[in-house]
Design a protein around this ligand. Structure first.
Ligand SMILES: [Zn+2]
Length: 168
């Protein structure tokens, strides 16, 4: 999706909640379940009306969210680690990064948030089936399970208009 076709939804408290497709945001506006906070250029037409093309909307009613766990996927791990090799600090781009099991799978290491980090191919190849200490490698950060809000913030930082709505 292009950034323009996505809309940031804020809770009634102005906390960022999630990012939705444009049509979903327009529906919330037309149903008067949300108000427009920031608009992009242009308008979107509804049945009998047209609304300004939203970039940020705010729900009229406060939504209480359950604590949701972020699944440990390749994409989510790369995002958590800032697309940076956690051993040498290189940022070769998402395509050139691999996932490294800190305790190798061959030694019973699991694919869990505290055992998987982003690693460049050369560090991963060099480490091979060893724990970092055995390969004389040091992790730059201690990997942890990210929060849903933390992951959302990583996205907000990429869009100038949304940046103002981060609160960390
Ligand atoms: Zn590396």
């Amino acid at each position: 999706m292009e950034p323009d076709s996505r809309v940031l939804v804020l809770n009634a408290s102005y906390e960022p909640l999630h990012i939705v497709p444009l049509h979903r945001a327009v529906k919330l506006l037309l149903l008067e379940k949300a108000e427009l906070v920031e608009a992009n250029e242009g308008h979107v037409r509804g049945l009998n009306c047209s609304v300004q093309r939203p970039s940020v909307i705010r729900l009229n009613r406060y939504v209480k969210l359950p604590q949701m766990q972020v699944p440990c996927t390749r994409r989510a791990v790369l995002q958590r680690d800032g697309y940076t090799c956690q051993y040498c600090g290189a940022s070769p781009g998402a395509e050139a990064l691999t996932l490294d099991h800190i305790v190798p799978r061959a030694h019973g290491g699991m694919t869990t948030w505290d055992n998987v980090v982003a690693a460049c191919r050369s560090c991963n190849g060099y480490k091979a089936n060893r724990v970092p200490q055995a390969a004389n490698l040091t992790l730059r950060t201690t990997p942890r399970q990210p929060t849903r809000v933390g992951m959302l913030h990583a996205t907000l930082h990429k869009h100038a208009v949304w940046h103002a709505y981060t609160y960390q």
